[in-house]
Ligand binder design. Structure first.
Ligand code: ADP
Length: 633
């Protein structure tokens, strides 16, 4: 070695000392961190070599190297990076001057000595060629890694992704074998393996007890070793390199590993870096594939449900554009696959359904009604808003039920009508019995009981006839009327019954006249039924309060009482025909179970709604709304 001393130049004294400590004993190291001092040192000494310590951050401009150009050109230059990598810019600096060596971590005494020997003994052209070769190899590696990154990112198939990483992983590291191990709960499985001599990689799902893979998964750090070691039961490695597969911010999902088990060659820091980069690409692509397959599974489950659902189901986005529909809906409305994304009503021509969709809003997130189709079928349609998705319409064919209902109503109406005439006559004759001669006490009691039962049957028949007529739309001529007057009259009439039952019946009306378009007789029936129920299902000394108000479009009426209340689970059924709550409090109260179903039918015929709020022992409030109309002049 001809040189007697070297200048070690860099920014940080600790790293300069670290490099100086590696120098052979016969070579003196002069540590400098000031560019002016460096210039002087280079001017004064022709024989010295320069060791440039690459700063951890920053570009070559930071060291003002261009100013030293003339001196650097004749000074053998060794570039030392305290990192495992050195960027291309610094390699360019090395190549621009008088390159003798490039050292990255881990380096030692011998490597530095070798570089120093090269400063004098080796042909500079040769050094340049070697450095160039290394650089080209590195560029090629980076290109390969970039291509791998692009190719795995374009796939959403786990097997394909694994195949696309394992082949370059083995090639880039020149390893005997490579494999991908993925974690599934508490177990590890080898999913893909590639041996250098085999042409194609092998797709597997084999459990493994690889303890080093566990170590990498738990620590999240790569592991590289060069010594004989038993990785799994039957795998004796001479050198191995394992890097974690981890999507940023998530747990480690597996390991990408390469092993030399035939040849005794260690893996390098460069290879570790390259393999880690490949693993990072793979981890992101594997996560995308996982999420995609989850989405696909969800989608096929949903499609299967829609295919097999008997109901016609249609899902749209918030702008009523078709998104999903069941086979039944496709058949019913002849919706073709190309309708996807198009406006629902360009394909489904039904004014009633369109009306239902138009009524859905954040305030009315759910609506249901009967929808008549052109082929005569009747469907029960429920349209709901699904936040963040759009709307869903579920339609059930109720044509047969409707027909049955019509037949039943017809039957009941005919029978009721035919019963009423003889009943009236029986009632009349029984009432006249005492005219035929004096009745003793027992006979009078019997007559009383018979008349009470006849009253009940007559009420029942009259309710049944009413329901039949209301549903058929008979006697339902409508015209604008003062609903407030109707309410006051109903309350007034009920005062007698209230007094008899010792109930305080009060009313509170809104100031403005309440105009409603409706049938006075039927609306009065609604009020009478609600008020009489409020009195009937009450306690002596209790109260009933009727309150009427209005908003911009509706008349709102509350009928509240202090009575027995209705259990929550029965509240939805009390509007059904013949339904009566069975309880100790109500068992002696007479009724047909038809009053509320008449009320509901009338209100619905007037395009209104009714509901109840109640609690056992806490009284009840029945509220109904009816659309208001213009005042009649
Ligand atoms: P009913 O002829 O039996 O009164 P309705 O159809 O009018 O028939 O009412 C159905 C059932 O609802 C009644 O049997 C009763 O159990 C319950 N109900 C109705 N109104 C009230 C109320 N104001 N308070 C408590 N329960 C009521």
């Amino acid at each position: 070695m001809d040189i007697s001393h070297v200048v070690i130049f860099g920014e940080d004294n600790a790293s300069l000392s670290e490099v100086a400590a590696l120098l052979p004993a016969q070579i003196r190291g002069v540590c400098l961190s000031d560019p002016v001092a460096l210039q002087t040192a280079l001017q004064e000494s022709d024989s010295a070599a320069l060791i440039l310590v690459v700063p951890a951050t920053g570009t070559p401009e930071r060291l003002n190297l261009p100013q030293l150009g003339p001196y650097l050109a004749r000074t053998p230059l060794i570039l030392v990076s305290l990192q495992t990598q050195v960027s291309a810019e610094w390699i360019e600096v090395l190549l621009a001057y008088h390159p003798c060596g490039l050292l990255t971590r881990p380096f030692d005494h011998d490597q530095l000595e070798k570089a120093l020997v090269q400063t004098t003994s080796r042909d500079l052209q040769e050094t340049l060629a070697e450095t160039n070769r290394q650089l080209n190899a590195r560029i090629q590696e980076i290109n390969t890694v970039y291509t791998v990154g692009k190719s795995v990112a374009s796939s959403l198939d786990t097997g394909e992704i694994l195949e696309r990483i394992i082949v370059p992983a083995v090639n880039l590291t020149q390893a005997d074998s490579g494999f991908v191990i993925l974690r599934e709960g508490d177990q590890l499985f080898v999913h893909m393996a590639k041996h250098r001599d085999d042409l194609a990689p092998e797709l597997l799902h084999a459990p493994t007890s690889d303890r080093i893979a566990w170590q990498v998964i738990r620590s999240g750090r790569p592991t590289m070793l060069h010594r004989e070691i038993k990785i799994a039961t039957d795998l004796l490695a001479r050198a191995f390199l394992y890097v974690p597969l981890r999507k940023p911010g998530a747990d480690v999902s597996g390991v990408l590993g390469v092993v030399n088990w035939k040849k005794d060659v260690p893996f390098t820091e460069n290879q570790l870096f390259t393999l880690s980069t490949v693993a990072d690409f793979a981890a992101v692509a594997l996560e995308n594939a996982r999420l995609f397959s989850l989405r696909e599974a969800e989608h096929s489950r949903l499609t299967a449900i829609l295919q097999h659902a008997a109901e016609a189901i249609i899902v749209t986005n918030p702008a009523d554009r078709l998104w999903l529909w069941s086979n039944a809906a496709a058949r019913l409305f002849n919706i073709l696959p190309e309708a996807q994304g198009q406006c629902l009503f360009d394909h489904v021509k039904n004014a009633e359904l369109e009306e239902l969709f138009s009524q859905i809003s954040p305030e009315t997130p759910f609506i249901h009604a009967e929808v008549n189709l052109t082929n005569g079928a009747v469907y029960n349609a429920q349209v709901s808003n699904i936040d963040g998705i759009g709307r869903i319409a579920v339609m059930q064919d109720i044509t047969n039920l409707k027909e049955l209902d019509r037949l039943k109503s017809e039957f009941v109406s005919t029978v009721s009508h035919d019963l009423r005439t003889p009943l009236t006559s029986i009632q009349g004759y029984i009432a006249l019995l005492d005219r035929a001669g004096p009745l003793n006490k027992l006979q009078s009691d019997f007559v009383g009981t018979a008349l009470a039962s006849l009253d009940h049957i007559t009420a029942l028949i009259s309710d049944l006839l009413d329901i039949g007529r209301i549903e058929a739309g008979y006697d339902l001529e409508m015209k604008p009327l003062r609903f407030d007057d109707l309410i006051e009259a109903a309350v007034e009439t009920s005062q007698i019954a209230a007094r008899e039952a010792s109930i305080a019946l009060t009313v509170q009306m809104c100031q403005a006249p309440l105009w409603v378009r409706g049938n006075a007789r039927r609306l009065r029936q609604v009020l009478d039924n609600l008020i009489s129920n409020a009195i009937k299902y009450n306690h002596s000394g209790g109260w009933v309060h009727v309150e009427a108000g209005q908003d911009s479009e509706h008349a709102i009426v509350h009928v509240s009482d202090s009575g027995v209340g209705i259990p929550l689970d029965e509240q939805s059924r009390i509007f059904d025909r013949f339904y009566r709550v069975q309880s100790v409090e109500t068992e002696n109260i007479k009724g047909t179970g038809l009053g509320l179903s008449i009320v509901k039918s009338v209100i619905e015929k007037h395009n209104g709604r009714i509901w109840v709020k109640s609690g056992v022992g806490k009284g009840s409030t029945f509220t109904f709304v009816l659309p208001t109309c213009e005042a009649e002049s």
